[in-house]
Each structure stands twice: as structure tokens, then as C-alpha cells.
Design a protein around this ligand. Structure first.
Ligand SMILES: C[S@@+](CC[C@H](N)C(=O)[O-])C[C@H]1O[C@@H](n2cnc3c(N)ncnc32)[C@H](O)[C@@H]1O
Length: 209
């Protein structure tokens, strides 16, 4: 899939479906919030939600008092949904429209990199390598990376697109030795249509980059 195809696909999704009806919708991003709070108790921590789309994670982080938040997504439509929902509070967040495999991110800017259900769409090795290079560039040494993908026994597709499913070891091995695996957990996500989807969350510390 070309970059333009990807963007077109996701813009269309967010144009044609309400944010609370898509399969990945969570009314409250509970697991992500707990993991972020666990590794970043300081509210000044700089946090980027990669492929955040219209997720309510940013709402939860603002409510928790986090001060330095960025949301990146290749779909401008998705970001508009989140901004409109937040109203005035949207001004407290940096919004970045771009494809994570290509966008230019500042060096060593973030303490926390969060991704729920984005890395698993990268079915080409080149794209996964580009993604890991972005993490290494953009996350501060000593920072943390939280990536959630479909588990090995999770769905084979999302939004009509093929995904790669991961065990914790397989997911961690995509990132390599610079990333120290601190822990992982499974989550059974219930979609708005009532189906169960199994996710795996891995959280790592960037040892030295
Ligand atoms: C399944 S949704 C998950 C959204 C959000 N993380 C959540 O948990 O609700 C995948 C999101 O990743 C975005 N996305 C897909 N491929 C991307 C890429 N290469 N770069 C940036 N964003 C991407 C999509 O636009 C979409 O918002």
C-alpha cells in the first residue's frame, strides 16, 4: 500500500464512521493510562501518542494533568475529530499530521512514545525498520516506549487491512537490544459491536541511543 493509499484509507474511515463506532474505540484508554502513569509519574513528561487518531487517551492524559502532549496521525480527519471533541483544550496539545515511517520528528524530544494499534499495520520490514529508527531518534535516552498490537491469537485484520500479530517476545525483537523490555500484558478489548479482540502491550526503556 502506498503512502497516499494509506492516508486515503484512514481519512475515509474517519469521514464515514463516527469515532465511537470503530472497532478500536475505547471510552477510556485505561490500560494505556495506567502504563503511562507507571513509567512517567512526573506530569511534565513529554508524551507522544503515535497513530493516536481520535483516541480519548489524550483526554485522559489532560485530565491527569500532563502538560506536554503530542498526537500524531497520518489522517488529518482523525486529528480534527479529536480537536473538535477537546474544544479549547485542543490548544494545549501539539497535533502532528504525518506518516510515522516518513515524518520528520525532533531529536530526543519525548520521554514517552505510545502506540496502540498502529505498528501492527506495518507489514513490510522496511516500514518497521523506519518506525524503529524514528523511535530511536525521537525518544530521549532513558525514555519509555509503550506499543500495543494485536496478540498472536488476536484478529488477522483491522479496518479491512492485514496486520502482523505479535507475542511479547516477537514484538520486542522488532525493536532490538537498545530497548529493555520492562513488562508486557494482555488485554481483551471489547469492540463497540461486542466482539473481543486480544491485544498485547509491551513497555520498554530506551537504554542508550
Ligand atoms: C486502529 S487505529 C488506532 C487509533 C488509536 N491509537 C486508538 O487506540 O484508538 C490506527 C490509527 O493509526 C493511524 N495510522 C495508520 N497508519 C499510520 C502511519 N503509517 N502513520 C501514522 N498513523 C497511522 C490511523 O489513521 C488510525 O488513526
Amino acid at each position: 500500500m502506498t503512502l497516499m493509499d494509506r492516508k486515503h484509507h484512514w481519512d475515509k474511515v474517519y469521514q464515514t464512521k463516527s469515532a465511537d463506532s470503530v472497532s478500536w474505540f475505547q471510552p477510556h484508554a485505561e490500560t494505556s493510562l495506567r502504563l503511562i502513569e507507571g513509567v512517567a509519574p512526573d506530569k511534565r513528561a513529554s508524551i507522544i501518542d503515535v497513530g493516536g487518531g481520535a483516541s480519548k487517551l489524550v483526554d485522559g492524559l489532560l485530565d491527569d494533568g500532563y502538560l506536554d502532549l503530542s498526537v500524531l496521525d497520518l489522517s488529518g480527519q482523525a486529528l480534527s475529530v479529536a480537536k473538535n471533541r477537546l474544544g479549547e483544550k485542543a490548544g494545549c496539545v501539539s497535533w502532528i499530521e504525518g506518516d510515522i515511517t516518513k515524518v520528520c520528528l525532533p531529536a530526543h524530544r519525548y520521554d514517552i512514545w505510545h502506540d496502540r494499534a498502529v505498528f501492527h499495520f506495518l507489514t513490510e520490514a522496511d516500514d518497521r525498520q523506519a518506525y524503529v529508527a524514528q523511535v530511536l531518534k525521537a525518544v530521549k535516552p532513558g525514555g519509555h516506549v509503550i506499543v500495543a498490537s494485536f496478540a498472536e491469537d488476536g484478529p488477522e485484520k483491522c479496518s479491512g487491512l492485514e496486520v502482523v500479530r505479535y507475542s511479547p517476545d516477537k514484538l520486542h525483537s522488532q525493536f532490538g537490544g537498545t530497548f529493555r523490555l520492562l513488562g508486557h500484558e494482555r488485554e481483551a478489548h471489547r469492540t463497540p459491536a461486542g466482539k473481543e479482540q486480544l491485544f498485547v502491550y509491551c513497555y520498554c526503556r530506551v537504554e542508550n541511543n
